[in-house]
Design a protein around this ligand. Sequence first.
Ligand code: SAH
Length: 345
Amino acid sequence: MKPEIKNLTLPELEAELHEMGEPKFRAAQIYTWLHRGAPDFSAMTNLPLSLREKLADRWEITAPQVVRKLVSELDGTIKYLWRLRDGNCVETVLMRYHHGNTVCISSEVGCPMGCAFCASTIGGLVRRLSAGEMLDEVLFTQLDSGLEISNIVLMGIGEPLDNYDNVLRFLELVNSPEGMNIGMRHISLSTCGIVPRIRELAESKLQLTLSVSLHAPEDSIRNTIMPVNRRWNVEELLDACRDYFQATGRRISFEYAMIRGVNDSVDDAKLLIRRLRGLAAHVNLIPLNHVDESPLEPSDRETVLRFQKQLEDNGVPCTIRRTLGSDIDASCGQLRRKYQEKTGE
Ligand code: SAH
């Protein structure tokens, strides 16, 4: 397979064109075409035909195919299942909020992290996505839906910090003024807690929002639902979060999936409050989405509300995530799994 041209940043494309003996402005023309979703080089009508042919010999323009598109009748959430150039599938979800359209993208095909409640990790990691493939998720969701995207969350299938270099390159692409120009403050990245990468990300000083999937206040619980905790425990994770906040000035948002009888007691909340003291944290409670392959069940509504109140009363800002697209299996990994089961892929 030819290399994917959309992986290149504008300066890299300029260098390539320079090597081919082409003027610099050609790179900007090509970059603009690519970031508007041009499906092939022949569409680039302001380039000489001979150059279009040379480009096509050398590179491929990726364009994912829609395998499934589900639109929620409840709230207009759209879920795409895309087929990538090697036949693998990933999911993207478009959510319509008052503050703008937000796209939730996948960073890997499958996931190596093994969280007990998560559908994305059941078949393990198949492969990591390229920067261009992640850009395609945003670009082609916008093109297909006709809805302008203003925010991105890296909360789909995969662990973004397990695909660190490609994710950082993707951020550079999607943020570029000559491309989609989506500001870092409109981007959130969620991680299960790969501590050395959180530290590395802090050094990059990017102004994105970091979300950390905490889901438990202490090791005895977290070890049982998140294998990553046996490598980097709660204390190491929260230390890295403290340093991240110091280095970037950006508040961290902690995700906490409410699992019945596992992490939702009054004592769990008490421990969590103690753990998060001094962290300028915000907690986002997620009522667990039921996954067929898992015995874990969501906490009931009263328990979630009581947990939230306990945190708020103790000075920890806490919101409950609104459920969108519940009629279309919008939570990550479920559509891909069902499709795989049905087709045997
Ligand atoms: N790998 C990243 C991003 C993936 S998913 C991470 O772990 O943060 C985004 C969020 O959904 C994470 O907080 C994840 O733990 C959570 N999640 C996964 N499966 C879930 C489920 N069945 N119910 C509720 N939240 C879930």
